[in-house]
Design a protein around this ligand. Structure first.
Ligand SMILES: [Fe+2]
Length: 390
């Protein structure tokens, strides 16, 4: 162990986690455990129509005196959606939050929790450790294998006035319980499977090369890379199995344990900027950005990227550092291509002002702080110019 590692203080925060088939059905036990009478479900309309959701809804209903469903959550959830949710939570005297869905409903539920307990406006809590009081119990049931919002210290919310995504980072947004179940994933749309899987891979890679990594996060990051790499193509098959989706969930969970505690890097900073200004999907942005950022970061963290390459079955012992770099970039490129994720994002209009705003917003994103090297304005601009097309 190096002297640097010995001297660096590192924190590792995790919620209670239950993972396995039918984990979601344990919800009724936890409603009793938390003595909840009036839970509020936070979800979106796509999830609400899934057959497994209806089963879950009736289970929650039969174990509560009253129940509210808040489904006004859009992809890239907005500040006003969280404020509306908090108002409904308080006016119905709710006592517990259940977030069911992908990252958007879970992040929105975290924001509802913050405002319902601490008051004020959600954007007042942007940044690290700005929340004073812990919120009501929060239980998460994820329906994708990607965001890890169900276990993370992050809540990302859209500032609707400024068109910027704001990151709220605090252990007070770590959920109380994550019920991680492969059953809801069986009906997940293929493209969403691809994009959320690549998002999870990005979490693991960025956490592993982050300036804030630690031995506790490294072990999870490396295992996540391997799990996602070995299962993502099988998850895209028509006859995907429960075991494959379980492995994807496990990979996503391990990536989440890593990034929640080591933070992320330039891929996420740039993706947040794209999502905020142009309302583009998070997983798709990350999938497209990943190879560009690795190309710039590689020289700064060669040994760490070699360890990543090894997890991706690249025979590093027979290759020079330069050759490993090229193989790693090719591997990520080929993974994206095989998943039918394009190499660029289509936008309605593209001006130099838009590119400049994207660059500034990415530079101000908290995830940029832990990227292994500082990317110049020119480098960020070049990437955006390469990946955006009218
Ligand atoms: Fe992400």
């Amino acid at each position: 162990m190096s002297q640097d590692t010995v001297m660096d203080l590192r924190k590792f925060v995790v919620p209670e986690i239950i993972i396995g088939t039918d984990a979601r059905l344990l919800i009724h036990r936890y409603l009793t455990h938390f003595n909840s009478k009036r839970p509020m479900i936070v979800t979106d309309r796509g999830v609400k129509n899934q057959p497994w959701f209806l089963e879950l809804e009736s289970l929650i209903q039969s174990n509560s005196e009253d129940m509210i469903i808040f489904d006004d959550v859009t992809p890239n959830p907005r500040d006003y959606e969280a404020m509306m949710g908090a108002e409904i939570f308080l006016s119905h005297d709710c006592d517990l939050l259940i977030a069911i869905g992908g990252g958007s409903p879970i992040d929105c539920a975290k924001c509802i929790s913050i405002v319902s307990t601490n008051g004020g406006h959600i954007l007042n809590y942007e940044g690290v450790d700005e929340i004073k009081l812990p919120g009501p119990p929060l239980i998460c049931i994820p329906s994708t294998s990607g965001t890890s919002a169900d276990i993370s210290q992050f809540a990302i919310i859209q500032d609707s006035q400024e068109s910027v995504k704001r990151a709220i980072i605090s252990k007070k947004v770590v959920p109380d319980l994550a019920l991680i179940d492969p059953i809801p994933l069986m009906t997940m749309d293929k493209y969403l499977t691809a994009c959320t899987g690549m998002d999870a891979l990005t979490h693991a890679i960025e956490a592993f090369v982050s300036n804030a990594h630690s031995p506790l996060t490294d072990v999870h990051a490396l295992e996540a890379i391997s799990l996602i790499y070995n299962n993502i193509n099988k998850a895209m098959e028509e006859n995907r199995t429960l075991d494959t989706m379980y492995q994807m969930l496990l990979g996503s969970l391990q990536a989440g344990l890593a990034f929640s505690n080591a933070s992320l890097g330039a891929v996420h900073a740039m993706a947040h900027s794209l999502g905020g200004l142009l309302d583009l999907p998070h997983g798709e942005c990350n999938s497209i950005l990943l190879e560009h950022v690795i190309a710039l970061n590689y020289e700064t963290e060669i040994e760490r990227y070699k360890a990543i390459a090894k997890q991706l079955d690249i025979p590093i012992q027979h290759l020079t550092d330069d050759a490993i770099r090229n193989e790693l970039l090719l591997k990520i490129h080929n993974m994206r291509e095989k998943l039918n994720i394009p190499s660029f994002l289509q936008v309605d209009t593209l001006t130099s002002e838009i590119i400049d705003r994207l660059v500034v917003n990415a530079q101000n994103d908290p995830c940029m702080v832990t990227n292994p090297r500082i990317l110049s304005t020119k480098e960020l601009k070049n990437i955006y110019e390469q990946i955006l097309r009218v």
